[in-house]
Design a protein around this ligand. Structure first.
Ligand SMILES: [Zn+2]
Ligand SMILES: [Zn+2]
Length: 743
């Protein structure tokens, strides 16, 4: 998967191991996209050490910086500015500095741009605000009123209390407490700004594990104890109890006094996860994601750096936290695309999690019911240990998956556009039995395209090469790429004809409309990640479904995972072909993963489930694998295919997306870039061609694709290439090493 990781890691280590001499100057890395560290002087008597946090003047400002490397030494002492160490803060761990260097080298970003991600909690570096509280003083007044005596009795326990806290505990007015402070009978003491983090209790509620779980947990516990790098693929169907297994590894890390990082693909999943964690360990873990308040970020960051916070659950940005003693990394739902960061520095958090574990010399666990092909191949080759949980936790069987061939479904009812006759029958039976159903379509809104029947005009976004999606409830047409919206029009802007506009294709709203037509008495709700059906409304719909207040949930991939619905026995997939045919090397894998996950929703308790897949490609490998529950067969087929065409993980890919506001300029630069590609053995460069979204948020986009054999040093090639071309400031050339999609 990560070819050359050893080479790059060694390179990073070389930097790390170069001793920084005990002179009072050093290379300081600033969290800015500069080429590398800048030389600074340190105050008299301070010796440089990698990871030391400093305040460094740059221009007329001051920036946070980190002592990074030996000084370049080509600038005279008298011209160097002084960087002041920040007081009271530990250094950034050397392992984190190594990791930052590695990620920068691998993703072809300046190290300062990666450092910026590690220092994102700016508030964390300000001096700690201390609170004043009071304890028993050294003098006792000669005469004591009852009230004063009560206060001093309360203060006997030695706990520090605020004035109101002391007054409340002694049942006196604050004035009494203040009087005692004045007389020295109570004395002030400083408390830290934040309450201490409590350590999760590894013994709190250890579960009974089945034999599969037991042996997997044993291996993971052993790996944690070993305190060495190892990688494990924890592979088991939905409900096989993967979380319980990796919680045993977390428990072991806690016993060893080591910290754990658990990466989840989406914040939406964390609430449920935190509760699960608390049920096992007695308290919730710390969270890290973009929704946290500044204050909470500051609290978590410092506690992670100080080693007081033992377990962090976070989104991909938590990879860059300064763990003092990281002993375990877990990536749950490791196959999820959400782990790929597409903005700014482009990286894959799952791959980087493996690298972080290597730099920390600790185990990493990748968990999934439908692993990425990369991880599957790594496990098959023995590079990762393959921990399989075959038996389903509890008694439910895997759902039965049936294919509905839409080419042969002649519908008897002209109102039926998206719900075929067999699907409607199954819905009837499910509702009659008092059970629940899920209708899945991975498309938001009402219809993906609005078309004029008279002149053929299609409504598209003026800023993106994308159709406008109709949202009928809101009477809007919206671009899902940039958020551009217009009111739903009454006439065609091209030919001015009225009543000629038609909605093409379904979104979840349209499926809901048809469902309501056929089942006027059923209770249903829509769940999609939409501006209308936002996170709160979606969560409410999911909760209502879990509590059986509604019978049918109609939704996009937001409903695909993380929820238990014991009465859900029928899953209808409206369009199983969606997303399967866009020529992307990973399209089939992704479709399989998504549909497998959605199917897994059905029949999780004692009731067997049924999944109906509506498709026009019943012979497709994805449909066949789902219908025959032949996951490993599908993976094997996919593996052979990728091997044959030398696609990842059997070959390497990188993309360069050239973008800018001036379309002509972008095309010129992209062509220059294409021509400048150095010829090399085992490397092919394709393009430039217009990107899938050739216009996105007003930016014209051209794409170049680099395909290389597995052993090729892609980064070295790209670096040499890009150094040859001058890219003007108005144009951006974003490098995506190991791209996972081709938008
Ligand atoms: Zn028209
Ligand atoms: Zn747009």
């Amino acid at each position: 998967m990560l070819a050359h990781e050893d080479v790059l890691l060694n390179r990073a280590r070389l930097i790390a191991e170069t001793p920084i001499p005990a002179v009072e100057r050093a290379g300081v890395l600033l969290p800015l996209p500069l080429t590398g560290p800048y030389d600074y002087k340190l105050p008299h008597g301070i010796n440089a050490a990698r990871g030391m946090l400093v305040a460094a003047p740059i221009g007329s400002r001051e920036s946070l910086g980190v002592v990074w490397s030996s000084p370049e030494g080509n600038v005279g002492d008298n011209r160097l500015k002084i960087a002041e160490p920040l007081e009271g803060l530990p250094r950034l761990p050397a392992t984190l500095c190594d990791f930052i260097d590695w990620v920068a080298a691998y993703t072809l970003n300046p190290p300062g741009a990666i450092l910026a991600m590690a220092l994102r909690s700016r508030g964390a570096f300000e001096p700690e605000a201390r609170r004043i509280a009071y304890v028993k003083g050294d003098t006792v007044p000669a005469r004591l009123s009852d009230a004063r005596r009560r206060v001093l009795t309360v203060a006997e326990d030695g706990l520090a209390r605020s004035v109101p806290g002391m007054a409340e505990d002694a049942n006196v007015s604050p004035a009494v407490v203040r009087g005692l402070i004045q007389r020295g009978a109570l004395k002030p003491t400083e408390l830290p700004e934040f309450a201490a983090f409590r350590t999760p209790d590894p013994q709190f509620a250890a579960p009974e594990l089945n034999p599969d779980q037991k042996s997997a947990a044993e291996i993971l516990r052993g790996a944690v104890k070993e305190k060495k790098f190892s990688a494990h693929l924890l592979d088991g169907v939905t409900g096989s109890g993967k979380t319980e297994v990796y919680f045993e590894a977390v428990a072991e890390a806690l016993r060893q006094g080591k910290q754990t990082l658990i990466l989840l693909p989406e914040i939406a999943l964390t609430v449920q996860f935190l509760e699960r964690f608390a049920a096992r360990f007695g308290i919730r873990p710390a969270e890290w994601h973009s929704d946290l308040s500044q204050k909470e970020r500051r609290r978590v960051y410092r506690a992670v750096m100080g080693g007081e916070c033992q377990v962090v659950v976070g989104a991909r940005s938590s990879l860059f936290l300064p763990f003092a003693a990281l002993g375990l990394v877990i990536v749950d739902e490791e196959h999820e695309q959400a782990f790929k960061q597409q903005d700014g520095a482009i990286y894959h958090a799952r791959d980087m999690a493996v690298v972080r574990a290597r730099t920390e010399n600790c185990p990493v666990v990748l968990a999934s019911a439908t692993p990425s092909l990369e991880s599957f191949v790594n496990a098959a080759s023995g590079r990762y240990s393959h921990l399989k949980l075959a038996s389903r936790h509890g008694v439910a069987e895997l759902p039965e998956v049936r294919i509905l061939d839409l080419r042969h479904e002649k519908d008897t009812d002209e109102n039926a556009k998206w719900l075929s006759t067999p699907l409607r029958h199954a819905l009837e039976q499910t509702l009659a039995a008092g059970e629940q159903a899920l209708l899945f379509l991975n498309r938001r809104g009402y219809a993906p395209l609005t078309l004029c029947q008279a002149c053929g005009h299609k409504f598209t976004c003026p800023h993106c090469s994308a159709w406008l999606v109709e949202h009928r409830y809101r009477r809007r047409l919206a671009c899902h790429q940039c958020g551009y919206e217009i009111a739903a029009p009454n006439e065609c802007p091209e030919c001015q004809a009225k009543d000629t506009l038609i909605a093409c294709g379904p979104g979840v709203e349209r499926v809901a409309e048809e469902f309501a037509h056929f089942f006027p008495n059923a209770r249903y709700a829509i769940a999609s990640s939409d501006t209308l059906h936002g996170p709160a409304e979606t969560q409410a719909a999911i909760r209502a479904f879990a509590k059986r207040e509604i019978d049918v949930l109609i939704g996009t991939q937001i409903i695909a995972k993380g929820h238990h619905f014991p009465q859900l026995t029928l899953v209808g997939v409206i369009d199983a072909d969606l997303g399967g045919a866009d020529g992307d090397i990973r399209a089939r894998e992704r479709t399989f993963q998504l549909l497998h996950q959605v199917s897994g929703r059905a029949g999780r308790a004692e009731k067997p489930g049924l999944v109906l897949l509506q498709t026009r490609n019943p012979q497709d490998a994805v449909m066949q694998a789902l219908a025959n529950s032949d996951r490993d067969g599908f993976y094997e087929q996919e593996r052979l295919y990728r091997e044959r065409v030398a696609a990842p993980p059997f070959g390497r890919l990188a993309a360069i997306v050239v973008s800018g506001g001036d379309g002509e300029q972008v095309r010129v630069i992209a062509r220059q870039l294409g021509k400048a590609a150095p010829p090399a053995k085992d490397i092919k460069v394709w393009g430039p061609t217009p990107a899938f979204y050739s216009l996105l948020r007003g930016q014209t986009r051209e794409r170049l694709l680099v395909q290389a054999a597995k052993g090729v040093d892609m980064q070295a090639y790209l670096r040499a290439w890009l150094a040859n071309v001058k890219i003007p400031a108005a144009v951006r050339a974003a490098v995506d090493v190991d791209p996972i999609s081709f938008f």
